[in-house]
Design a protein around this ligand. Sequence first.
Ligand SMILES: [Zn+2]
Ligand SMILES: [Zn+2]
Length: 224
Amino acid sequence: MLDALLPPLCLLCGAPCAADDATLCAQCRGDLPAPPAAHCPHCLLETAYGEPCGACLAHPPHFDRAFTLYRYDFPINRLVQDLKYHARFALARRWGEQLAETSADFPADCVVPLPLHPERLRERGYNQALEIARHCARVRRLPLDAASLTKCRATPPQASLSLKARQRNLKGAFVSCRDFSGQRVLLIDDVLTTGATANEAARVLKLHGAARVAVATVARALRR
Ligand SMILES: [Zn+2]
Ligand SMILES: [Zn+2]
């Protein structure tokens, strides 16, 4: 009973949370690592004036835009793991609402979470991308489609692989059962690392007719 009356405590330092945030205090929130202010609109890597980077000009990704909230660095990496493995759903709510705001200038027709392979889903019990996506869709008043894009092949963890190996690893990993003709899709995931996974998902969405795809993630891994 008392718990319900007390403000929630910051997941990082234990101080009372900010009034509009059930996850962090104002101090910890202010200290979170920001993504580069001027960045490539496709992949979010830092560029001098916000122009597309050389790599995206040479090989444009299948997604048209990308949005992120944070740089994937301490303590965001810890919070992302808290959601992924410890079911801290307050984080999904908070990030979903923030992504709705950040992605507002991308006109979308539906929100699609990056799917988990059914086996991983069984082990973990939930898909963190879907938990984030449902709040983003609610705030943006868009339909949430968590059924039409599926992961049909379990892929070895991407982290240990080179970019080329990641791309090979992902071939045929996603399938779609829906006609996305003319749809502008907002694809949601927790972390954008090389972009290979989001790129493959966007490729499949476009193969099924999607007109535009934007990828919105909580954090972007960036080399220092
Ligand atoms: Zn704090
Ligand atoms: Zn780029």
